[in-house]
Write a protein that binds this ligand. Structure first.
Ligand code: FAD
Ligand code: NA7
Length: 541
């Protein structure tokens, strides 16, 4: 396409985590576009820049929690433990930025506050926190599925005189060693934090609302031979990842749990427990734990039996024992239930004994006890998927705000495009495939580059998802969610962790392989569901 728009940039990317970093490289170095990436943080890395709490790590195994696109780097970059801690992931992402010389096009400490589409020119006008105004033909939002923190509004919260912190905004210099620490929340983050903090805090008080099913991660050192073996096998590994449901690098089971004897089930669960990893336990032991209530109950009962075995105090064990479906994002780490056997760890079930208020000294519960604290940690999660979008003034055709477009819940075509928002592309936006993120993100970055390539290589000025395609994809995601037991439990996956937020489907639960198959099918059908248009052939809103 000939660019007659005179924009400042060809493309503006928002966010410099896994998604924004690869998108910047793809657009600049492969499509030859003029790119500017805005990142509100003081460094690149996204999740791994912000989440520096003790115990922070990816609990998808190291060998697949990385990009696959840079084959040389896959061979060069080593790892020493089965899972990589936050600092190493951050160092890895910084190394990617350096290796591809991306920093010169990434503007840090600059948040995007608005993005408005000028439909006469097919141009996005973007404003930033530093007072800047910029124009570009393409807008790529790589805002992160879990980047907008959720801080509960507990009475007296801001009167606390100690250090109050959310795990997703952990200051670099904050240590908890030898301190009296309280943590609200026992999700993936809270349980990781508990395992680490129990070892170094003087006392740790855990305020738990919903008990969690937690399995061991099986973390530990890996040998050089193992790493060399993985490196030699990467082509096969990525092929397997892309052709699997959750993309976590293990063979997913096809066997229904109730098709085998009770002894065999127990043996398989014991093996899953011994080997470790949450996704492997849920998707690698049997094929129907996330969809069949009986299979789910078998897995849940097994984990409950482990809690009973591990936790010495029966009352603490009771409080830690979940009773609902095992159908949240699976959690694993080292020594979660064991932590509650320590003298310096106290469990408070806030379902039974709610938090009444936060005082200057600590947290007061309904039983009148004041839990005195030096550090109060909120491991209370995120406004997932659309949270980052809700706080930007994004307006599409006809000046329609994205918040209005999403009044009934966030929707998209394929997690990437929204009708009425031409030339805007979301990396891992609402209704993306539920999977290990790096391969999911790579799939999106490559697909977005393909869509932008269609405009660049033709005579159109914009590409847009049709309203029908978006409605169809929303219906597909709703169908896949209805089939999954995940939809029967409250969690961030459906937005129900945010008070007042409407429950909505925010993922495609059909698996990464099926998602990728559909992308291929759509591309083969002339990008069915997208319209290419020039200023003279704008679709009627
Ligand atoms: P992010 O890394 O969140 O990056 C988004 C960036 O956009 C951020 O830096 C943010 O500051 C920036 N941004 C947002 N809004 C604006 C704005 N208006 N202007 C400018 N910049 C903006 N995934 C897995 O697959 N496996 C795991 O084991 C795993 N563990 C996790 C553990 C934790 C504690 C958390 C929080 C997440 C975890 N995730 C995991 C999910 C993780 O978010 C993804 O794996 C991945 O890092 C997402 O990359 P991203 O670039 O899409 O988003
Ligand atoms: P999660 O999974 O949303 O967990 C948040 C936790 O905080 C969870 O235990 C919540 O209890 C609890 N919570 C939230 N609000 C409150 C209030 N008001 N009072 C008490 N407890 C509360 O977030 P994570 O950060 O752990 O994980 C999110 C994803 O990021 C994760 O899957 C990884 O991919 C990384 P609830 O269960 O809602 O009762």
């Amino acid at each position: 396409m000939t660019d007659n728009t005179g924009t400042d940039f060809d493309a503006i990317v928002v966010g410099a985590g896994f998604a924004g970093i690869y998108m910047t490289h793809k657009l600049r170095d492969e499509l030859g576009l003029r790119v500017r990436t805005f990142e509100k943080g003081s460094g690149v890395g996204g999740t791994w820049h912000w989440n520096r709490y003790p115990g922070a790590m990816a609990d998808v195994e190291a060998f697949v929690y990385r990009y696959s696109f840079d084959k040389e780097m896959l061979q060069e970059w080593d790892w020493k433990t089965r899972y990589i801690p936050q600092a190493e992931i951050l160092a890895y992402l910084e190394a990617v930025v350096e290796r591809h010389d991306l920093a010169r096009d990434i503007q840090l400490e600059t948040g995007v506050t608005s993005a408005v589409y000028d439909e006469d020119r097919d141009v996005w006008a973007v404003t930033t926190t530093d007072g800047g105004s910029h124009t570009a033909r393409y807008l790529v939002t790589a805002l992160g599925p879990l980047s907008k923190t959720n801080l509960p509004d507990i009475p007296g919260r801001d009167t606390f005189e100690g250090v109050m912190v959310h795990t997703g905004a952990w200051p670099e210099d904050l240590t908890i060693d030898g301190k009296r620490v309280g943590v609200v929340g026992t999700g993936s983050t809270g349980t990781q934090f508990v395992c680490a903090a129990a070892r170094t805090a003087e006392h740790l008080t855990v305020f738990q609302r919903t008990p969690q099913y937690v399995v061991p991660s099986g973390n530990g050192p890996v040998t050089e031979e193992y790493v060399a073996g993985v490196k030699a096998d990467y082509d096969r590994i990525w092929d397997q990842v892309r052709n699997s449901r959750v993309g976590c690098g293990f063979e997913e089971s096809q066997t229904p749990a109730m098709s085998v004897s009770e002894e065999e089930r127990r043996r398989v669960f014991e093996e899953g427990w011994r080997v470790g990893n949450g996704f492997r336990f849920m998707f690698g032991t049997f094929g129907d734990i996330a969809v069949d209530p009986a299979a789910n109950e078998a897995a849940a009962a097994f984990i409950r039996s482990k809690i009973k075995e591990i936790v010495k105090d029966p009352e603490t064990a009771r409080k830690l024992t979940p009773t609902d479906y095992y159908a949240r994002r699976p959690i694993c780490n080292e020594g979660y239930y064991e932590a509650f056997n320590r003298d310096n760890v106290t469990l408070v079930s806030v379902r039974e004994n709610p938090i009444r208020e936060i005082t200057p000294k600590g947290v007061v519960t309904e039983d009148g006890v004041e839990h005195e604290l030096d550090v109060l940690v909120f491991a209370t999660g995120f406004e997932a998927m659309d949270g980052g979008y809700q706080v930007i003034d994004i307006r599409g055709r006809g000046g329609e705000p994205i918040q209005r477009h999403w009044a009934e819940g966030p929707s998209s075509y394929l997690g990437v495009a929204v009708s009425g928002f031409p030339n805007m592309f979301m990396v891992y936006g609402p209704n993306s495939a539920f999977s290990n993120l790096p391969p999911g993100i790579e799939t999106h970055v490559e697909w977005i580059a393909e869509l932008i390539g269609l405009v660049e290589n033709g005579d159109a000025t914009a590409i847009e998802a049709t309203a029908e395609a978006e409605a169809g994809w929303t219906a597909t995601c709703e169908e896949t969610a209805a089939y999954s037991l995940f939809s029967r439990v409250d969690s961030w996956i459906f937005g129900t962790n945010i008070p007042g937020k409407k429950r909505s489907v925010m993922f495609f639960f059909g698996g990464l392989a099926e998602y990728r198959r559909r992308l291929r099918e759509i591309a083969a059908a002339d990008y069915d569901g997208f319209t290419l248009h020039s200023p003279h052939t704008l679709p009627v809103p």
